[in-house]
Design a protein around this ligand. Sequence first.
Ligand SMILES: [Zn+2]
Length: 261
Amino acid sequence: MTPAARTAVILAAAAAVVAGAVTSFIVLTPSDRSTATPRSTLSLPPTPSATPTPTPTPTPTFDKSQLSHDDASSLWVVVNKLRPLNPVNYAPALANLTFPGGKGQLRPEAAAALQQLFADYHAQTGDQYTVVSPYRSYGTQVSVYNGWVSRLGQAQADRQSARPGYSEHQTGLAVDIDTAVSQSFGATAAGQWLAANSYKYGFILRYPDGLESVTGYEYEPWHFRYVGVALATEMHVTGVQTLEQFFGLPSAPNYASDDDH
Ligand SMILES: [Zn+2]
């Protein structure tokens, strides 16, 4: 190889290295990606991935036993016709709750979450929810239940009102929303907004349609139970509708005895 030829080879090699470096620079530099990508897709229609749509996913490590299902003060307490509160006259620490048309009480966590839900609903739709029934004490539930029994008889009363000591309202974590307290509420825009969004605030629709054999209650599209955002989101994402099914607890269609109150 002549000196000139050797020089040419060296220059060619150097040029290749430089070209490679430049190529690498172009490919790998983040600032280049951020400018090149939009330019190359300018003529394309927007793709779904261009609009971030956060999709919640199940948590593989979700610990279903991190809170008690038995302790009356637990956010995850499961109260049904086979699981009375312990003690039956349990009374929680409460916060005052104000809402359009009235006031009442709930556990502080549930009250704060509900106020946020109401505020967001109003901001998004211009409409307002109200509350029919928040916390009810053991004594109040005695009156409510006995009133239903005298109007409907015990068998029908048991399908729609809890016996004292067996009511989620006594936990301070349950609330009946809107004035209708009718199953038709579930088909309204207001009812559907709640069913679709309540989990973001930590609430679940506790008595879903068609699951009376599990929960012991007819469809109640107005009754929401606060369980915290983590559990409500996990149930929403996994599609498990009841606390009994999610935690693997026995279904509670009926009381253990006909006169256990
Ligand atoms: Zn209720």
